[in-house]
Write a protein that binds this ligand. Sequence first.
Ligand SMILES: *Cc1c(COP(=O)(O)O)cnc(C)c1O
Ligand SMILES: [Zn+2]
Length: 416
Amino acid sequence: MTGTDRTPRLKCRTCSKEYPLGAYFTGCPDCADQGRVGPLEVTYDYESLRRRGVLQTWAKPDGVWTFSELLPLAPGQTPISLAEGGTPLIRMRCARGRLWIKDETRNPTGAHKDRFHSVAVSMARVLGIAKVTASTTGNHGTSLAAYAAKAGMQCLIFCDVRSPAVLRQAMQVYGARVATLSKRQQHLEWLVRERGWYPSTAMTPMPVATPYGVEGYKTIAYEIFVQLGARVPARVIVPVAVGDILYGPWKGFRELRGLGADVALPRMHAVQAAGCDPIVQGFKGRAKQVPIHPSPRTIATSIADETAAAVSLETLYESGGTAERVTDDEIVDAMRALAMEGIIAEPAGAASIAAALAMQRRGELHPDEDVVCIVTGAGIKWPDGLALAAVPHELRDEDPNAVRAWLDAYDRAIAA
Ligand SMILES: *Cc1c(COP(=O)(O)O)cnc(C)c1O
Ligand SMILES: [Zn+2]
């Protein structure tokens, strides 16, 4: 039967023209000829997948490649995998209502980004490209460096000056070349356009983009569907920088319907920090394009991009969601709340929980609705963020009397 299936194709989000999967890194050529922006995304033969009952084959998901029929590799093409995805969905104990943590900190390099690069780098290999590049505030580049290492590819990362030293070192341990620059984009574009490097970058905004990585993110939606027992949550709350991590799961939820799942679609909520909230500003003005935030200032570096892709706003409008801003103090509180669940998240990773707790306080979440927070990144890689959430009780005094007094004080505190 598979012989009659239409294989996955690229489809332009602007003009709907379709192309075979290939090395399209500057969007739809037809739209470019007419001076328009045409982001490409992968589309599948949903009807035939539905008839084959593909949803029923997902009973026990075991990572991103469980969903290989909804991913762009052809049968027989081996993915580059570090056992990404398959992350737990954990009911938050301390919260009222039905709040769930989708714990992406468990991925191989400690962030959801691993889902992205597993698919994006696998496609680089399929396309015969062995040089990969990206731009990063830290997590994206670390993850790409890991997958490039596994694939035996050359890797060149443009790091933001705010990215932590520990991550820039990790990239270099993986064998990547690192350039830490305040202006990164023009160099990356040049490598892709003139030197044949593969951009393991977001789906949009252009000028250079890959349509493939976001396919990895949509598997978060598939996993949530299976983990909730063939149901979809009422809301999904997501910390957002460029927007792929918001749009990817949204694409996944919509595809579930195309595959025959009888579900209502969730509202998608984007979260940003008060000190860098271009999506929130754009959403307020019902804008089409995300404005530029002149001077990002927040502890949540991984979501502190100056601007974002238009697709992030489109996702909010289409899904009936909202854009939420949270303060750095609320983020620190959320990091502590997550720690009580045994999870250490970085500030950006905890922003979804911060938003959910604030929405709950304001009475915006119904106690009977399932609300899933994507907790995107692990805290261990972000020592400055951890220092802010740690309560300063540490004893450093060697004097035995001081140790006694310290122990006494703790015992009294416990008894009180
Ligand atoms: C990259 C990142 C995000 C945002 O992802 P986008 O796809 O750029 O919106 C959120 N949280 C963490 C921890 C990240 O590393
Ligand atoms: Zn087009």
